[in-house]
Design a protein around this ligand. Sequence first.
Ligand SMILES: NC(=O)c1ccc[n+]([C@@H]2O[C@H](COP(=O)([O-])OP(=O)(O)OC[C@H]3O[C@@H](n4cnc5c(N)ncnc54)[C@H](O)[C@@H]3O)[C@@H](O)[C@H]2O)c1
Ligand SMILES: N[C@@H](CCO)C(=O)O
Length: 683
Amino acid sequence: ADDAEQTIRKTLQSLQLDVPVESVAASPLNGLYEVKLKGGRVLYASADGQFVMQGYLFQIQDGKPVNLTEKAERQAIAKTINGIPAGEMVVYPAVGQAKSHITVFTDTTCPYCHKLHAEVPELNKRGIEVRYVAFPRQGLGSPGDEQLQAVWCSSDRKGALDKMIDGKEIKAAKCANPVSKQFQLGQSIGVNGTPAIVLENGQVIPGYQLLRRWPSWRWPTSNSIASRDLRSWLFSRPVSCRSFNGEFTVKPVKVGICGLGTVGGGTFNVLQRNAEEIARRAGRGIEVAQIAMRSQNPNCQITGTPITADVFEVASNPEIDIVIELIGGYTIARDLVLKAIENGKHVVTANKALIAVHGNEIFAKAREKGVIVAFEAAVAGGIPVIKAIREGLSANRINWVAGIINGTGNFILTEMREKGRAFPDVLAEAQALGYAEADPTFDVEGIDAAHKLTILASIAFGIPLQFDKAYTEGITKLTTADVNYAEALGYRIKHLGVARSTVNGIELRVHPTLIPADRLIANVNGVMNAVMVNGDAAGSTLFYGAGAGMEPTASSVVADLVDVVRAMTSDPENRVPHLAFQPDSLSAHPILPIEACESAYYLRIQAKDHPGVLAQVASILSERGINIESIMQKEVEEHDGLVPMILLTHRVLEQRMNDAITALEALQDVVGNVVRIRVEQLN
Ligand SMILES: NC(=O)c1ccc[n+]([C@@H]2O[C@H](COP(=O)([O-])OP(=O)(O)OC[C@H]3O[C@@H](n4cnc5c(N)ncnc54)[C@H](O)[C@@H]3O)[C@@H](O)[C@H]2O)c1
Ligand SMILES: N[C@@H](CCO)C(=O)O
């Protein structure tokens, strides 16, 4: 190894590289030596010194490539830069406690250095100390060199730098100064233009950066030393004053809206109204470049946006980066989304039916193509519950999720309970308000809630979407009598979706449910939705907000757009997975049939007013191991002479309860069907 070191040093000396070799050591790649140059940069050479390489050396560690070159260079550059004595720099300290610092190679004749300088007070306010070092980009003896020496020779360097950048003349006697030393130091770490920013960790960022990108600065590797030859990499003449805009060209992202109904119209309006705020968040403007619609939406004023009647035109429009699917349904919507993905476009959708039924296929295709399919608006309208579970609760093993996840149904139940309004009348109002699905039976029969619950269960437990296995029961058979008896027992009836992880499998069920009236979720009324999530670390959390409607839903659609815009330039492998868990880590934990689910029950039995009926009922239940929690027996109802008997039971398997109900209905004194409503304590 010593021989190799000597040989390599000799070869490099013969090349007359002006940057001294600091060390030569064997690299992890057999036969390859790592040469560290003064300042921090790294080369590679063969043992006989006949081959010299510059470029990145990656080592595969735990299946992932680790850039050894960049790692070594950053460490060494950080050491070099952070070792410059403070007295040799012009320092603009952070306001208050410094969080970090940047070292900026500057030239007062460079306009982009002026731009950066204007942002220094804001950086300081954000806790970033700015340390200037001199880098006369056109070389020693250039006008920049003269100006920089004048600054460094001033008694008040900061004041002199500010003045110089302001175009004012400054006078300073010549003095011994570090300008040429800093110029050489800059070259030794690869600086060849101004401004050049070196982060605390040694990362060198060439060119002017937009302040708003701080602290997540990224720049493409194509800008790296890898694309240049060895000599030009080491000795490229520093002449440029530049703005770095390769990746940050602030062109708006173009989106196409498919379907301009309730949600499409809301999305268009929110994008127009809050355009500036949204662009500040996304980092780029979001421009609606095309709309596919069948008819005008009176709530929208469209001027200048191209319109088509064909949604597939949007999916094939080369200008469009993101397709927003808001037409609803499973058939055309599926074809549209798959087409958009095929064409490399990201997709935002509010379509829970589509995701619940075809999501597995859609996400697989999206993964293959490296695009994002975002669907926050598909569950609970304006509540960002997908993001909360997928990202905010990612530390937790989730035990259960329970939610009021259909706005129309909750609106109907609330109006019926509070105002005694008739079911069809309230449903018609929900439709007029734009809450209901195209086919409102989806709302009132629990299908829409089951779509949403399917999605929630997948992201909560890391299982594939399995809508066909969800148990669904609607609100159409609920009677005012049961609503009132529930109230008398201290409960409220809500149409609830429950997904629970048990040792045997996952319960996935939507049905009317008695909830203790003092729970927050029992008091979620009207079109509002609420989703409770119980995790092993966070405990129970509750997410509340408008579950349907034009702008609440648009809020989620636009939030997804912002997320997609932020993530679209990122490595697809490093994005948040569609279903929260990595696709190859989804679990095969089965969905339980309803008979294998467990819950407590409310039972209403209509019995003849004969002695001993209660004893018979109690014995049927106890024979099956079903514990009664409470019994309420009402007066004989005058018109039919029947006694309503209301029972609350402890938790029991549904199968066992089915068996008990069959036996109860077979009793001579029991008339008609036994009403059964499940009870959840949600604690
Ligand atoms: N309304 C809500 O509160 C709400 C909330 C969350 C999610 N969603 C979902 O959002 C989607 C849209 O719902 P909406 O309430 O806006 O429905 P909507 O009926 O008001 O709007 C759908 C629009 O798409 C148009 N359309 C349908 N097929 C089309 C096609 N092939 N080409 C062009 N235009 C077409 C229709 O003409 C209509 O204007 C659905 O998937 C729905 O489940 C709705
Ligand atoms: N029809 C749905 C729209 C929101 O998904 C509801 O009423 O909740």
